[in-house]
Design a binder for this molecule. Structure first.
Ligand SMILES: O=C(O)CCC(=O)C(=O)O
Ligand SMILES: [Fe+2]
Length: 223
């Protein structure tokens, strides 16, 4: 959506930085097209099965490493994971610099080097959601970089101790960057709601929301 009032940078918790509209329209469209390519079979988008027998309402495709609850793998059902393109890792590095290298930063959680080797690409239709969880399968403590495309999401940023309150809800719009690192790296977070019909009309995504998170797995690449 075109914001009439520019939304300012914010730091909703120490180590969490929200940069609204970080990606311009061309960059958003480029990412949407890339996601469409990554979503093609055989390692396409799928509803992740949960150990309890349910399936997640979002559909996911992974780059670099496959994620499944609660581990990273190179193959799922015999299907190798797609590589993570170097341009996407570079975008992640730029994201951390832009997020933390700011005079108002109260907590610069930038690692000396950031080498994201895994991306989770989630697609949310109008009814999909994601429960509160921690991103804890990574062995690295480096920040998570999150990019949002399409419909606005209500993003719930919780505390680091448990799933309950306190939490705070942020709206993540198309093009927004959110990073969470430092003391908030293990914050519980989730997406209780998507606001259908709020995405831009010029990024080649007719409906729904894409979210890309970049992470450092801390796992050794196989020889
Ligand atoms: O969709 C989002 O904004 C969050 C996604 C997320 O938490 C995850 O993929 O682990
Ligand atoms: Fe997460």
């Amino acid at each position: 959506m075109t914001a009439l009032i520019p939304r300012p940078r914010s730091e909703p918790a120490p180590g969490v930085v929200h940069l609204p509209g970080w990606l311009d329209t061309a960059a958003q469209r480029h990412l949407v097209l890339a996601c469409r390519d990554w979503a093609r079979p055989p390692a396409g988008m799928r509803h992740t099965r949960l150990p309890g027998g349910g399936v997640m309402s979002v559909r996911t495709v992974c780059l670099g490493w496959h994620w499944e609850p609660y581990r990273y793998l190179r193959h799922i059902d015999g299907v190798p994971v797609r590589p993570l393109p170097t341009w996407l890792a570079e975008l992640g590095r730029r994201a951390l610099t832009d997020a933390y290298d700011h005079p108002d930063t109260t907590c610069d959680a930038r690692p000396r080097r950031y080498d994201p080797d895994v991306a989770l690409v989630n697609f949310y239709d109008a009814t999909a959601r994601m429960g509160l969880h921690q991103d804890r399968e990574e062995r690295s403590t480096a920040p998570v970089v999150s990019l949002s495309l399409g419909d606005t999401a209500v993003f719930r940023l919780g505390n680091t101790d448990h799933r309950g309150r306190p939490w705070r809800d942020l709206e993540l719009e198309s093009g927004d960057l959110l990073v969470f690192g430092g003391p908030s790296r293990m914050a519980f977070h989730g997406v209780p709601r998507i606001l259908p019909g709020t995405g831009p009309t010029d990024i080649d995504l007719r409906s729904g929301r894409l979210n890309i998170t970049l992470r450092e797995s801390g796992l050794a690449a196989p020889p």
